[in-house]
Design a protein around this ligand. Structure first.
Ligand code: SF4
Ligand code: ZN
Length: 316
């Protein structure tokens, strides 16, 4: 069977079909399109300046592989450093993925740091789960995992003195976050998802999401076309994932299948709607500090969520 010709270069054979644009693309044009879209997003919202040092939060999956590869092409690799955190979940330590990431970072000339959550914040996800089980408390391991990872990345970013932290959140994540915060009526979180969201504490290193206009399915194709071997191993705690996000994800996934391009339109429309509105939140005062750890906490609290979780699990 003859393969279709790439809709862009009209020379090479197409290897993939871009659902949201109805274009058949060859490898080169597909990769160039992803790079262009990431560059456009960075430029549009001034996410990263040329001279800035950036910490890349890399889990080892397809999204973070794409982040690593694209960033190495558009930013000076000597100004990039990759960080992988091991959550400390039995049977989910991703040794195989780590090897692939090590090979990749080495070939790109990017420093790669691997640390456990326990090393950085004092308790692994399994430590937390043991603690709450012992006390008969029902809190999702994912709640601790997410908060502890964010805390650890921020602490490391401050220690390394980087200007920005780039995470591998993709368009699908962004659409879910926007919809979730809209449904909750949580305006502060809603504006924080915007690329110009407010920086509410000097202790937070600015987070950016260069892949926020790239579909998750596209990162899978990107990684595959580059021969990246990764095994998307399932975390044993996946069944404890918060249900609202999981339901929104399923709903948006079905919507996208029926109407390709819906998620992109949704995120673009909300970005634009919030463009000026976010400025109101820039006037908010600096967040107060937690009385135990000294890290930022919400306006009406004297304990941060992280310390609260450690207390619930009997870890402090
Ligand atoms: Fe962490 Fe939950 Fe993801 Fe497991 S499923 S890695 S506990 S967020
Ligand atoms: Zn605290």
């Amino acid at each position: 069977m003859e393969l279709p010709i790439c809709s862009i270069c009209r020379k090479r054979e197409a290897v993939t079909y871009q659902l949201h644009t109805h274009l058949a693309l060859c490898k080169e044009c597909f990769v160039n399109d992803i790079i262009k879209r990431v560059e456009n997003e960075i430029k549009k919202y001034r996410l990263i300046n040329q001279n800035e040092k950036v910490l890349l939060a890399i889990s080892g999956g397809k999204d973070s592989y794409t982040l690593l590869d694209v960033m190495s092409k558009i930013h000076d690799p000597s100004k990039l450093v990759a960080l992988t955190l091991i959550e400390g979940i039995e049977g989910y330590n991703r040794d195989d993925v780590l090897d692939s990431i090590r090979i990749k970072t080495r070939s790109l000339g990017i420093d790669h740091i691997v640390l456990t959550l326990k090393e950085v914040v004092g308790a692994s996800v399994d430590d937390f789960v043991r603690g709450i089980k012992y006390r008969g408390i029902n809190i999702s391991p994912c709640t601790y995992c997410g908060i502890a990872r964010r805390r650890a990345i921020n602490i490391k970013a401050r220690e390394l003195g980087v200007d920005k932290v780039a995470t591998a959140h993709v368009l699908d994540d962004e659409a879910q976050t926007y919809v979730m915060n809209l449904l909750r009526g949580d305006m502060t979180r809603l504006v924080q998802a915007h690329p110009r969201g407010p920086q509410l504490s000097k202790l937070f290193v600015r987070k950016v999401k260069p892949l926020r206009k790239v579909y998750e399915r596209e990162t899978a194709i990107y990684a595959y076309l580059h021969g990246y071997k990764f095994q998307e191993r399932e975390c044993p705690y996946i069944i404890h994932r918060p249900t609202l996000r999981a339901r929104i994800r399923d709903f948006l996934y079905r919507l996208e299948l029926e109407r390709p391009g819906s998620l992109l339109k949704l995120v673009e429309a909300l970005d634009e709607t919030l463009d000026n509105y976010v400025l109101n939140y820039h006037k908010l005062p600096e967040l107060p500090r937690c009385r135990i750890c000294g890290e930022p906490t919400s306006y009406d609290r004297d304990l941060c969520k992280f310390c609260e979780l450690l207390i619930s699990a009997g870890l402090i």
